[in-house]
Ligand binder design. Sequence first.
Ligand SMILES: Nc1ncnc2c1ncn2[C@@H]1O[C@H](COP(=O)(O)OP(=O)(O)OP(=O)(O)O)[C@@H](O)[C@H]1O
Length: 257
Amino acid sequence: MEMSSKNLVVYLGGKKILNDLSLHIKNKEFVGIIGPNGSGKSTLLKALYRTLRPNSGTIYIDDKNIDDISLKETAKKIAVVAQHNDSDFDFSVIDMVLIGRTPHKKFMERDNPNDYKIALESLEKVGMTNFSDRSFNSLSGGEKQRVILARALAQETKCLILDEPTNHLDIKYQLQFMSIAKSLEITVISAIHDLNIAALYCDKIYAMKSGEIIDYGTPKEVLTKKLIKVLYEVDSEVNINKDTNTMNIVFKPFEIQ
Ligand SMILES: Nc1ncnc2c1ncn2[C@@H]1O[C@H](COP(=O)(O)OP(=O)(O)OP(=O)(O)O)[C@@H](O)[C@H]1O
């Protein structure tokens, strides 16, 4: 599934948060959105997954204007793992994952054995099978995040939007989470703070600052010492591991005056 935005403008609280933002994400591309706190990454993603309507500009899914696609159709195409996942209702873990099946069902249609099969397979993929009867609200932050990924997997979409998905996860589960997302071979759009994780998984990176895209390209093209300084005002060293050909970004301590 392809996704693009043309000249997106979003105002929040009277302030321009996205400024004429255009991007293009190809089918099956794994795209990272990086940028400092408050640069507009979540706002951009919310516009793409339609919880926020831009003031102007257009979003396309496979050349179709999203205004011409119903919300239910969009939910068949895009699954979301957002930052905060607390639930007001006391769902069990399996029920939380079954919510992912909703876009595929008619109004009030009950979950069938196939829905349960898909939900259990999804829990297995994230290593949470043993938690299926637990209360979702009783899980740790990282466990909740993995269940929300399982819910997104159960949705069986061609695109996954992730908003800093590995926030609560220890390093094993950060890598597992991103590897699962990568292994799906679908379009993935993810806001990412950890630049080494971005370098490891992304085909393409968009760098955002103050509501604008200031650079984009492959991790090696974008994640330079110079751009990291411009984005985050931090000094770094960018090395390539000769054995693995992977990038390694090392940050220098911040000078406190
Ligand atoms: N409802 C709102 N009213 C006013 N300003 C808002 C609102 N929601 C977000 N903002 C502001 O918009 C800006 C962009 O926020 P956004 O959450 O998109 O940034 P981000 O790049 O995802 O940041 P972070 O890395 O901290 O998660 C911030 O300055 C934020 O305070």
